[in-house]
Design a protein around this ligand. Sequence first.
Ligand code: SF4
Length: 451
Amino acid sequence: MSRSKGKRLTLARGVRFSCMQCGDCCRSFPISLSPSEAERYEERDWTKILGENHPPVVNYVRRGGGTLRYLARAANGWCLFLGEDQLCEIHRHHGEPDKPLACRLFPFGLADGPEVDGTVVLGRFACSAVAHGEGETIQSHRKELDELVREFHEVQPPRVASGPPRLPFSQGLDYGPDEVGLVLDLVAGELENASRPFPERILAISKFLSLVATSRFKTINTGSAKKAIHGFAEGIHAQVGRGLLKTPAFAPLPQRLLFRQLLAMAARRDSARLVVAGPLRLLARRIGNLLAGLAFMAGTGVVRCVGREKPAVLGEVRRKGPPANPADPAADGALTRYFLNNLTGRFLFAGSFQLEQVLPSLGLLLRQYPLICLLARAACVARGGEEVGRDDWVSAIRTADWNFGHVPWTRGPFGGLRGRLLADVEVPLAFLAECTGIEPEPAPEQAQAAS
Ligand code: SF4
């Protein structure tokens, strides 16, 4: 295991990346700077690259009592340093090591691992190459990642453990990181088992997690409890294989409202310039989000898919969009990459994910599954296609990755209620038929009655 300033480096599974030099990240993401980077860029003479009278190269934003620094954007919203040939002018003139750390790190993301002395590196699926699953494995990037993580921790010192780590699995059930690790390893093992289609694997995962949560084992990493947890995983795997477990068909109203809220989140796309927006612009954006949320709750709204010029109207996607089959090999590949990365990347449990419990985190992730199916249909409709194809699935996982993880779901006045709703890890599958446009197979007794 590599060491980075005393922190163990764990790499998420299933991530591949080689830069395709598409420039999409430079057009789309805000680039945050460390104080020393901001100072270095401020002091440099950029006239050769940017011309006389160029705007300031660093934007300062006051938030939460502190100051944040971002590389400036051009009038079109792209990074100021993105050249006409879609290549980086800082790289061209000063070499790669002089680029901001945020650019050199992308498309990898860092999260504190469940172990207090661990850092996890995962892939950001907003990147086209990562979403396509093309290029070199994340393991082959280990050496450079070691260096980058070391540099990152020089700017942002790692958390110092103040006591044994606490990872509440669900309300009233605390597991240590190794116990959560055991559950996640079994979940990831099921996900990687390509012997049967993705929908069956995810069904087994949701049933298994639900069983662990209701088992009320106070500890699960020793003796008979550990054996029982392994037994749960094997039993559920076998039962799903024999068709004995079915997806739930009904979601109660609070769950449906929460799902619409999630859809509104998944469907929006903030411009990179929003991070430096003033209070009025931010307020307008919040009101816009609220209205969009209400529109989605009413069953309408506009979906903006990554990689699509035109938006798609939700009502039209539902009525006329071609079905999205998650068992299709193209869908299976995209969905497996996305979920495996998010599960093994442990990003779900990082402070930045804004969730304080493991089960609601997993519930939020599982709710992305039907949403991704709907987004794939929207991506197809937005390009005027007649069949959902590989590129639509890639667009859907890029769209989902873009927008999740920035809302304090389990905090605030409604946080407790949302946390309880999210902790239901089976109910997301009840939205599958509605999102895929594929009617579920009738239960054997219904089929008999019909014939
Ligand atoms: S600094 Fe260079 S690599 Fe970073 S966003 Fe700008 S153009 Fe892209």
